[in-house]
Design a protein around this ligand. Structure first.
Ligand code: ATP
Ligand code: GLA
Ligand code: MG
Length: 512
């Protein structure tokens, strides 16, 4: 069992000295927020970049992300009050808030009032449930806390600042309440649903990548039959990634009904429709396990093609290829399904349809693109297995390796744009600039509709790629952009250590 690590210094960063001044500012900020208080420990969790496999995790297909060095760090002290005070080094954007913890009603999130404290509450709720579960007693009395957060994952940048923030929050609450050791498996299991309390029905990739990250390694993340992250190294030394933030902020929460949650709902309806048409409905061992309580597209595949252990790549690829073929023949409304057409195919009334598919997660749409979305899921999942196969085979010809990996990423970008419709013209333009200037593959990473692009390149091509993106995208798109804003938009892509706890001893080591 692998435990969330505990460090007494900053040696888990690739360049520890580069982080000293940031920690020193965090300590200073904590002292000014809570002058009579002393930091007891730090809880930290990183952002992630997904190399390939987007919008498939909530269908339980494996993905290939890695944790990155940008992260969220919480400086924490405990007390016996009935409040948790959260403050932030960026107090303009995230002003101090007081979160009550005395009553059950304190744990209810008011979705109408959108604030960063809601994200903290997501982390708090799952931590409180875990503590309750562990204690087995009646009501669990949580410790009061004073916290200052420092986050350097760009928010709304597709690099999962929300998971970094929620997981760091959960870890802080657990440690403050006496959990000295927690397994990576438990921390992942409890945090994967944290954002669901906000009404965001995401999958588990972000939290799993944030928890399981290891320096220098990418991750193969599986959701079924078991949720787990397996770190692995790249087979080629001079392979590198560049992450560029498009600086188009993707407001995931505000746009959920027309973007992210709509994809979740479309894929859930596609799951039920395919299950019905392919005779999977009611089959023993195939559960209605999606976030919308429908058949998931993974479940449909296993019901139709037989069980898959998630590890045998050849077998998985064969089943996915079969599904790609079947989807095209089964979901015939290529222009999209109206509610009426869905009802007819599912054999239910409009009222039943609303109750079953549109009540739990509010969405807005003209038509439901069931064919396009499910085709994306099966094709993207196949590419993940092909990428993993490529990365786990010996490399005989580096140039062919780069071409093959890059092509898979580019095909992914094509489908994200055309089938999943989560890219846009500006994001496509960044990919095109990169491909003309030394990138082998470029794709939108994470949820999309803005956010960041991940580019695959070699160490030789890296300088040309970066300077072309700066000149051709940033300086043209944002003529007033400052040098430091450019520096921040081109993000360190080194695979990083996952969630961890740090002792207050590090404070004395921050002065050189
Ligand atoms: P994506 O989900 O597309 O990868 P993201 O996770 O950065 O991108 P959101 O899911 O919209 O974007 O989450 C952003 C929200 O997370 C912020 O609005 C804020 O509420 C919370 N958050 C993230 N980082 C911090 C931080 N350092 N301090 C406070 N709140 C934060
Ligand atoms: C967001 C979600 C993840 C995943 C990606 C798209 O980051 O939080 O669960 O669905 O989008 O792959
Ligand atoms: Mg997020």
């Amino acid at each position: 069992m692998s435990l969330v690590p505990y460090f007494n210094d900053l040696s888990f960063y690739s360049d520890p000295s580069a982080h000293k001044s940031r920690y020193a500012s965090l300590v200073k900020s904590f002292k000014s927020n809570f002058p009579d208080d002393k930091i007891e420990f730090f809880a930290r969790s990183p952002g992630r970049v997904n190399l390939i496999g987007d919008h498939i995790d909530y269908n339980y297909f494996p993905v290939l992300p890695m944790a990155i060095e940008v992260d969220v760090v919480a400086a924490v002290s405990t007390n016996d009050s009935s409040f948790i005070i959260i403050s932030n080094t960026d107090s303009d954007k995230f002003p101090q808030e007081k979160v009550a913890i005395g009553q059950d009603s304190d744990f209810v999130i008011d979705r109408e009032h959108h604030t960063w404290a809601n994200y903290f509450k997501c982390g708090l709720i799952v931590a409180a449930k875990f503590l309750q579960e562990k204690s087995g007693e009646g009501k669990y009395k949580l410790k009061g806390m004073n916290i200052t957060f420092s986050g350097i994952v760009p928010t709304g940048g597709g690099l999962s600042s929300s998971a970094a923030f929620c997981v760091a929050s959960t870890l802080a609450v657990l440690h403050a309440n006496g959990v000295k050791e927690i397994s990576k498996a438990d921390l992942t299991r409890i945090t994967v649903v944290s954002e669901h309390y906000l009404g965001l029905n995401n999958g588990g990739m972000d939290q799993c990548a944030s928890v399981y990250g290891e320096q220098g390694k990418a991750l193969f993340i599986e959701f079924q039959p078991q949720l787990k992250g397996t770190p692995f190294e790249f087979p080629v030394k001079n392979l590198t990634f560049v992450i560029t933030n498009s600086l188009q902020v993707s407001n995931k929460y505000e746009t959920a009904p027309i973007h992210y949650n709509l994809r979740v709902v479309e894929m859930a309806i596609a799951g039920d429709l395919l299950a019905k048409k392919l005779g999977v409905e009611g089959k023993p061992g195939i559960a209605r396990d999606s976030n919308v309580d429908t058949y998931s597209l993974r479940g449909v595949m296993e019901g139709y093609c037989g069980p898959w252990d998630g590890e045998n790549l050849k077998e998985g690829a064969a089943k996915l290829s079969k599904m790609i073929d079947v989807v095209s023949k089964t979901l015939t409304e290529k222009k999209g399904y109206t509610v009426e057409q869905c009802c007819k195919e599912l054999g239910i009334t409009a009222e039943e349809f609303h109750l079953k598919y549109l009540e739990k997660i509010p969405v807005k749409f003209d038509v439901l693109k069931l064919y396009q979305r499910s085709l994306h899921v099966y094709r993207e999942s196949l590419r993940v297995l092909q990428t993993l196969q490529l990365l786990s085979s010996p490399v005989e010809d580096e140039s062919k390796f780069f071409q093959a990996f890059g092509s898979l990423m580019n095909e992914s970008q094509h489908d994200l744009d055309v089938l999943n419709e989560s890219s846009n013209s500006k994001l496509n333009e960044i990919c095109a600039i990169a491909l003309d200037n030394g990138a082998y593959g470029s794709r939108v990473t994470g949820a999309g509709w803005g956010g960041s692009i991940v580019h695959l390149t070699s160490t030789e091509n890296l300088p040309r790629l970066t300077s072309s993106l700066i000149d051709t995208y940033y300086k043209r798109e944002f003529p007033q952009i400052k040098e430091e804003e450019i520096q921040e938009a081109v993000i360190d892509s080194k695979p990083a250590t996952g969630s961890c706890l740090l002792s207050a001893e590090i404070i004395d080591k921050l002065v050189n």
